[in-house]
Design a protein around this ligand. Sequence first.
Ligand code: SF4
Length: 189
Amino acid sequence: MTSFCPIIWPEDPTPASERNCEECGLYKQGTRMVFGEGNPNAPIMVILDNPGAREDREGNAYVCGTRQTLQQAVHEVGLDKELIYVTYILKRRPIRKYDKERTREICMHRHLDEQLKRQKPKILLCMGNVAVQSFFENAEVDVKGLRGSWHDVKGYQTTVAYHPLAVRRRPNLYGLLVEDLTLVKAAIQ
Ligand code: SF4
């Protein structure tokens, strides 16, 4: 890895109509909604399972491990961060047990489908088995089996990669993450 200093990417404000969303019940867990971050007009949309905290306990901006590793790999392949928008299946971070299947389905259809229609990204990169299974609406698929090629999901050119946190835990996956981002880079050039 080359030396690199991660920064907090600008937050995409939650639309006023969604700020008080209670549809799936996850609001009861008290974490704040994060709609997305990065450039909303970017051609690449990264889809993660749920947002990590953007602030520490004192409210200072904080770059979590997921963001650090994603940004490191983006830097390593030479992708301009302005080409990337990051969003989530769930817009709130669960901190307790919840009904995964039901909650993910409700949130995805309520927000992500609308984001896709509005933002029209050219390419989707879905990261981690949880997001991949939700987005592909198939509990049998996984990153290992899908990575390295393109898939048509909801009419979008989609590829997959390991979750940045999995890469932090298993550094031998970092090379695969770089490969997957290289595939993405080649597709938008
Ligand atoms: S997770 Fe999504 S659908 Fe559920 S309450 Fe939050 S914003 Fe609404």
